[in-house]
Structure formats: structure tokens, C-alpha cells
Design a protein around this ligand. Sequence first.
Ligand code: GLC
Length: 478
Amino acid sequence: MSKKLFVLLSVLLVTVLVLAACGGSKATPEPEKAAPPAAEEVAPTEVPAEEAAAEEAPAAEEEAPAEEAVPSEGVVTLNFVGSGPGAEAEFTKQQIEQWNSENPDIQVTFIDGPTSATDRYGLYLQTFQAQSSDIDAMQIDVIWPGDLAEHLVDLNEYGAADLTKDMFPAIVTNNTVDGKLVGLPWFTDGGLLYYRTDLLEKYGYDGPPATWDELEEMANTIQEGERGEGNQDFWGFVWQGKAYEGLTCDALEWIYSSGGGTIISPDKVITIDNPEAAAALDRAAGWVGTISPPGVTGFQEEESRAVWQGGNAAFMRNWPYAYSLGQADDSAIKGLFDVTSLPGGEAGKSAATLGGWQLAVSKYSEHPEAAAKFAMWIGAPEQQKARALNLSLLPTVPALYEDADIAEIVPFMPNLLNVFTNAVARPSTASAPQYNETSTIFFSNVSDVLTGKMSGEDAVATIALDLEDLLGFESGAP
Ligand code: GLC
């Protein structure tokens, strides 16, 4: 392993530990450990160029004359930070292996970053603040272009417009900050309702629930029935209830679908303090320990999927990635589920939070051109299609929704295209460059409602006041 990579991995590990100690990455709280080193003590250290180069020489090393300690002329090595839940990291690694074998002059190392978006943001910010060249390219969340733009290169300078012209214009716009394309759309995401087709039929339901009331009723009935038959581990509904970015996504769906708005409107009015939003949070708090496990307040995507894929839940809120995994041979529910849009409020208004990931290149990279070239390869339609088929990640290229292989293997993609294209955005554009803090205020208070520390009414009032302080915007009706 090269020294540079070793340093980066150490930073990564310590960052994960620091974040975990702050309540970051474990589903169940662990006993307090000795205080981890302060973040600044572990800021990436620069490795002298020759030293790094000597240890990084890939395949070319063997051909180089014995006394030559640098890679053969023109070989560039890059670090790419990826990751994601389920099988995503593993597949990305395979794609990178393909790139490396086809591009001996640009060798990419995959770094598996924290899966939690909240923790990953912390890692990137720390690396950027040190202006470190350790990360060349990375995966960024759909909510980060505004917050991170100052640290990223304009991919249009490297020819990305050739690719973005065939992508969903709204996603391209989201990645364009002050005229610069800071992220190349890689896959899009939308919250979905997973439901057990066999159990709906068993309990006499014609189809999935259209409203939250219906979901509660069905979840209750199925849970009681399955437990009555001996499965004490069975739950009605699993979702993401931990205090992290995923909770912002779930709570936005409950609130928006109940007529409570989008926290902050696109024209910068703080709209969260309203009775519909408060009631939506109280409703979700009522699920904890009734139709959802008490531990759901510590669940991220993977913890929900574990319960669901083990056959122990009637319904799950999750992103599309869980589809392929659920249909895999080792899944207890293979062939026994389907996906649809999430339930709505009384008015039947349904909402999917818009998610998704982009490819970005750090301004502090020593090889931005090579990094952009790699990003444009792994972000191109061919690799997006491979990710759609193998990982059920949604392409950002509309034409792929008409692709015959996609229609056959992941039929929900074309079937639910209107759900994905109408997904509700988190208020990241309105609050940039302070979206991350905005979301932290939001999910922390929502978490307090779920754990019974606060009422929905108090939470929405507190969120509004804190956001007024943070952003200087006024409050108003949604
Ligand atoms: C998914 C979404 C991303 C979101 C995250 C929250 O990865 O694509 O946008 O922030 O989940 O956990």
C-alpha cells in the first residue's frame, strides 16, 4: 500500500471513529470509549511527492529499469472515494478494475468511505479544509453541490457537457453552481414503499396502501397475524429513524405528503412551523414500538433492509438499491415483494424525497484532468446501465428508461419513472452553503420527537427559530 493511501485510510478510520463517537455510525449506542484524537490532529499530512510516487507505481513499475524509482512517464495514480449501502462499493470496485486494466496510464484506487451521508460529508469537509490532494475524485450527494462547490472543479472544462446533454436537465441544473458543473450526475434516487405481495394477498388486501392511515391499518393487521403464527420478530413497517441525513429524507416525505411543505421553500421562506408538519411527526412517533421496532430510531438504510430482507417486515421505506438485493438468490423474500410510491396524507398526496449521487473532482487534486476523464468514464451511460442492472440504481439518462434489458431486469424503473421525476427536493439550494447545518437542525429535532423527548408542535417551532438564526430567512406558511 502506498504511504499516501495509508495516510488517507488512517484519516478515514479516525474520522469514522470520531463521527461514531458523536453518535455517527452505529445503530445501537455503544459504551463510551476514550476520547478520540481531535480532528485537527489527524488532518491529512502531505507525503513528499517522490516518496509517494515511488510507492505508487502500478503495473508500469515492473517494466521500469531497476534504478528508476518513479512510475514510467505519464502514469498517474488517483484516489476515488466511493461507497454506498449494500453491494455498491463492491461493484464500483469492479468497474474501477475494468478502468485500470483499460487505462494503464491512469490508475485509480478505490477508497471505501463511510456509508452514512452525514459521516461522508464530515470526511470530505475535513479533507477539503486541509486543501489536501489525497482525494482526487469522489461521489457527492445530490444535496451537496451548493455546500461544496468552492472545493470542486468545473467538469465542463473537461468536456462533461457531451454527457450532460443527454441527462435529466433538473439534475444537471442541481449540479450547476454559478455556471460551473461541480458534479456529474451518476445515479438518481427516490424514496419508495417496498411491500410484501404474498402477505397482502394472505390478509386479503387488493394492493398496497395509498394513505398513511391505510399503511398503519395493514401493518397492524399483518403484524398481529404473523406474530400470532409464531414469528415474534415480525414488524409492520421499517424505515430510517436514526438522527442523520436519511431521517431528513424520511421526515420530508411524511411532512410534504401531509401538506406540511418542504422545510424551506425554494424562495427562501422557512415553512416548517405548521400544524400539518407537526402532526406528521407525531404520527411517525406513534409508529415507534407499535408497527415499527423500538430500535428504528437507530436505523439507517441497511438496518431497515436487514429486517425486511430477512422476511420480518410487511413494509419498508427505502431507496431503489434494496430492490436488486431483495431479489437475489440469498434473499428470504425473493419473488415475494414489489415497490410502489409511498403513501400520502388524507389528500392522497404522495412524496418521494429526491436523492442521488454525482461524480466530482477536487480542486486540490494534482491531476484534475485525469480525474475528470475517469469520472466521465464511470458516469457514462454504459456504466450507468451496468449499475442499473446489477445494483438497481436509477440512471440519470432518460433514454435508459426505454432500454429493453432495464425493462426486463428492473421493471420498476420505467414503471415508476413519474415518481422519480416528480421527487421532492430537500431545501439544499435555498440553504446553500449551509444545507448540512440546516439538515442537522431538522433531523436532530425530528429525532427528539421520535424518541418522545419533544412534541411535534414544539419541534417544528424550534426548527423554525434555529433556521431563522442560522440562515436569516423569515418564517411563513408553506
Ligand atoms: C441515499 C440518497 C441520498 C441521501 C441518503 C440519505 O443515499 O441517494 O441522497 O442523502 O440516502 O441516507
